[in-house]
Design a protein around this ligand. Structure first.
Ligand code: GLV
Ligand code: GLV
Length: 324
């Protein structure tokens, strides 16, 4: 009998086609746009050989115990892996696939869009135009900050950070600076970015883009300490994970004018309750985690997740395997 796989979300068609056409697996699908309830997931994974999941599913000891010893491969349709307990997976010898690279362009485009939306106050501006605030042309009304001659800071320089910088360069950015656990000279060279400390990144950046993975080391690193060193004309952008940011401290920095604005594609929790104080701030633009949301990219992510899963079940190297 064929290996059994559970697909915990209705993923875009390319991925499902690949699984179906392979003839290699028996598929059970949670055929919905909404997350599978936890209890249902725990029941369905029992006895599975493979699991294809998305970032709303916590893959932890409880789930792996529920799945049992046949589970060989977990393939997540995401580049982020903070929803996976890597220690627990490693302990059980379970291989993990993820989806880097195919989403880099889409995420970089969205990050630039969010940055400009925030710095040039586009949401406020359309609101004013629509609701009668547009009394006349005014000299300093809805003024923002420009990229020309600016310093752009990147917190966590990887493929996505480089892709963002490459797109911002034509806007006449003066200087790219970055910080990370260690210098990344090959990546930095591409955008001629200077390696600096976290303190210097905060102090010098006119635009600070967070591009790191969420790990125990990066949890909450964008906090009071960082915001207090930033310029009051600076813009903070996060398209990585909400957990990197201390949201109480960000609220304080935005409402007190310590920084000029923030654009967030990710929050804690998701969805962010509509009553959250951050939604009351004009200088905070919040998107519902859509950085990779282009038709092409989401299909490519589902295809890669499917191919990772199939390769893993065959005992072959995965196209994109996370090294545990
Ligand atoms: C999206 O946030 C992803 O991790 O792919
Ligand atoms: C230039 O690198 C600056 O510090 O603004």
């Amino acid at each position: 009998t064929l290996p059994r796989v559970y697909v915990s979300r209705k993923v875009p068609p390319q991925g499902l086609e690949i699984l179906r056409k392979s003839g290699q697996v028996q598929i059970e699908l949670w055929d919905s746009d909404d997350p599978v309830p936890r209890q249902e997931l725990l029941k369905k994974v029992k006895g599975c050989d493979g699991l294809l999941c998305v970032l709303t599913e916590k893959i932890d000891a409880e789930l792996l115990n529920a799945a049992g010893p046949k589970l060989k491969v977990v393939s997540t349709m995401s580049v982020g892996f903070d929803h996976l307990s890597l220690d627990e997976l490693k302990k059980r010898g379970i291989r993990v696939g993820y989806t880097p690279e195919v989403l880099t362009d889409a995420v970089a485009e969205l990050t630039v869009a969010l940055l400009l939306t925030t710095s040039r106050r586009l949401i406020e501006a359309t609101h004013e135009a629509k609701t009668g605030g547009w009394g006349t042309w005014r000299t300093l009304w809805l003024c923002g900050y420009e990229l020309a001659n600016s310093t752009v800071g990147i917190l966590g320089l990887g493929r996505i950070g480089v892709a963002i910088a490459e797109r911002l360069k034509p806007f006449k950015v003066n200087k790219f600076i970055y910080t990370d656990v260690a210098p990344r000279p090959e990546l930095a060279e591409v955008i001629q970015a200077e390696y600096v400390s976290m303190d210097e990144l905060a102090r010098r950046s006119d635009f600070l883009a967070v591009c790191c993975a969420l790990t125990p080391d990066t949890q909450g690193i964008c906090n009071k300490n960082l915001f207090s060193k930033m310029k009051n004309t600076s813009i903070f952008i996060n398209t990585s994970r909400g957990g990197v940011v201390n949201q109480e401290d960000l609220y304080e920095a935005l409402s007190s004018g310590q920084i000029a604005g923030a654009g967030l594609d990710v929050t804690t929790p998701e969805p962010l309750p509509t009553s959250h104080p951050l939604f009351s701030l004009k200088n905070c633009v919040i998107l519902p985690h859509i950085a990779s949301a282009s038709y092409t990219t989401r299909n490519d992510m589902s295809a890669l997740a499917a191919n990772n899963l199939l390769a893993g079940l065959r005992g072959e190297p995965m196209p994109k395997e996370l090294q545990l």
